[in-house]
Write a protein that binds this ligand. Structure first.
Ligand code: HEC
Ligand code: HEC
Length: 458
């Protein structure tokens, strides 16, 4: 069971309890009617309140996810039920209606105990995911190249897709890139045909010298350009010739985007790439994951055909390259291949990283948020300026409304990039955040982004 789901057993129990509350109310009213001298208003009132409380708590149970349901059930719900039973007992005793509690109470106690024990037991069992995504841990046995490339596809697009939602995996690539012929969003190269291009790129004259020359170290990535034998041991190419290959180009594109900047897609006259270093936070792909992504990129344009793939399968080098500790590299946070969703219970830094805002935006107060593709988020000052702009056609009248609109409907106003003397690309910021945020998460995000301003002293 996924932690973000409802717990069926506890939801069901809470419905039964609510029904039971109504039954007790009816039972008390009936007893009051049948006998003289009972205060119907008092007892009816007390048990009416119980019934309504149980009903409201049941409704509340449905707004919670599994873990919180359990906490609420055992911290609050179960005590309310016990209190109800106690008061019901007092009602019978004080009014001397029966010499002992009605059989239904005994039955109810028995049944509650059994259900709670059962519920506790099923939740104590190890929780199974309904759809286990391919994990590096599984990568030790016999893997075919098809499966390895599929692992790469999952890293890029995620294992599960939700209708109408752009599918994005741990690698976050689809936030910026498109993959099908003809589908361009402007600011990042379409990765269709990248396998073919990769062989030509390394032969370009421009590749040898710009923006970094072969043999020089690129500072942001800390990689020596064009020297596949000098890149960190854990990411090194294992097989093949001494001269540069297409595989080297693709690997370098991921590990050192600024080693070579595709013409027209860079910053500062194509000397800086806005693409994040994929092997560093927040994306942090491990060696096996990088190879899987390369395998996917090399094979995706020829479905069913894997001849162009040059990366080795992971078990080839399990013995000598630390393929075994690839599992240990697995990071705790971002390896959820399901659809991205934030509930609002996360801290703001986690929320923002999960959504991928730092890949495109520099955000004061968010560690490592140095993205270059979108405006620097200084919304405390920017938002009021945007609203006053005569070109502003959106509906916002204050900072929070503007930030909310920018997140849900980025196209409502396209920011002008004063540095570059042109508008920021329209259509680059994803329009799917509304499906990835709960109501609380959106409020929390809007509150935070509305407060962003340049750091003091700059
Ligand atoms: C924040 C946006 C962004 C993200 C996220 C991103 N890229 Fe890029 N990528 C770019 C930009 C911009 C360029 C062009 C500049 C350059 O050459 O570095 C680029 C270039 C590339 C290139 C070279 C393309 C060519 O035609 O030579 C490859 C390959 C690539 N990216 C793959 C990936 C993969 C795989 C991922 C996910 C693991 C990814 N990118 C994530 C923005 C991004
Ligand atoms: C793929 C890149 C990309 C991602 C990811 C992205 N944005 Fe944007 N964002 C942009 C671009 C480009 C613009 C400017 C164009 C426009 O206004 O639509 C922009 C504009 C904005 C603006 C308006 C800024 C201003 O000063 O007026 C806000 C606010 C904003 N983004 C917030 C976010 C938040 C919050 C997230 C994460 C939930 C996010 N963005 C994710 C690219 C991105």
């Amino acid at each position: 069971m996924l932690p973000e789901q409802h717990d069926i057993l506890f939801s069901f129990l809470s419905i039964l309890f609510a029904t039971f509350g109504v039954f007790v109310f009816g039972n008390v009213i009936q007893n009051c009617r049948e006998r003289e001298g009972l205060n119907t208003t008092l007892w009816g009132g007390i048990f009416g309140i119980f019934a309504i409380t149980l009903f409201l708590m049941t409704v509340h149970m449905f707004s919670l996810v599994q873990r919180d349901q359990l906490i609420f059930f055992f911290s609050t719900y179960i005590w309310t039920i016990l209190l109800l039973l106690l008061v019901w007992g007092v009602f019978f005793k004080s009014n001397k209606i029966e010499s002992q509690s009605p059989p239904i109470i005994r039955g109810f106690f028995f049944w509650t105990t059994v259900s709670v024990l059962l519920a506790g037991y099923t939740n104590w069992l190890p929780q199974q995911r309904s759809d286990p995504p391919p994990k590096e841990a599984a990568v030790v046995g016999d893997l075919t190249m098809e499966e390895f490339a599929e692992m790469g596809r999952v890293i890029i697009f995620g294992a599960k897709q939700v209708a109408g939602q752009k599918s994005i995996g741990k690698g976050q690539c689809p936030l910026c890139h498109t993959f099908e012929a003809g589908n361009n969003i402007g600011r990042c190269p379409n990765l269709f045909g990248v396998e073919k291009r990769s062989h030509e790129r390394v032969k370009e004259e421009r590749y040898a010298t710009s923006p970094v020359a072969i043999g020089e170290t690129e500072p942001a990535a800390g990689i020596v350009k064009g020297k596949y034998d000098q890149i960190p041991e854990e990411y090194k190419r294992q097989h093949g010739p001494d001269e540069l290959t297409g595989e080297d180009y693709i690997r370098e594109s991921l590990m050192c985007p600024t080693c070579y900047v595709v013409k027209g897609y860079g910053k500062a006259g194509d000397t800086k790439s806005p693409m994040p270093v994929i092997t560093k936070p927040p994306i942090s792909l491990s060696r096996t994951e990088v190879n899987a992504v390369i395998a996917y990129l090399q094979s995706k344009d020829t479905p069913g055909e894997f001849a162009a793939v040059t990366v080795p399968l992971p078990q080839d080098d399990a013995g000598n390259t630390g393929g075994g500790d690839a599992t240990a590299e697995e990071d705790s946070g971002g390896d959820e291949e399901g659809p991205v969703f934030v509930t609002g219970k996360e801290d703001i830094q986690t929320m923002i990283n999960t959504l991928g805002c730092p890949l495109c935006h520099t955000i004061p107060g968010v560690e490592g948020a140095m993205g270059q593709l979108g405006p620097v988020l200084h919304e405390k000052i920017n938002a009021p300026k945007r609203i006053k702009d005569p070109n502003y056609k959106g509906k916002a009248t204050n900072t929070k409304e503007y930030v909310r609109e920018s997140i849900l409907e980025p196209g409502a106003y396209v920011v002008f990039n004063e540095e570059a003397g042109e508008s920021f690309p329209d259509g680059l910021m994803p329009t799917t955040f509304s499906e990835q945020l709960s109501v609380q998460a959106l409020d929390k995000l809007v509150d935070f982004i509305s407060q962003t301003e340049p750091p003091a002293g700059s």
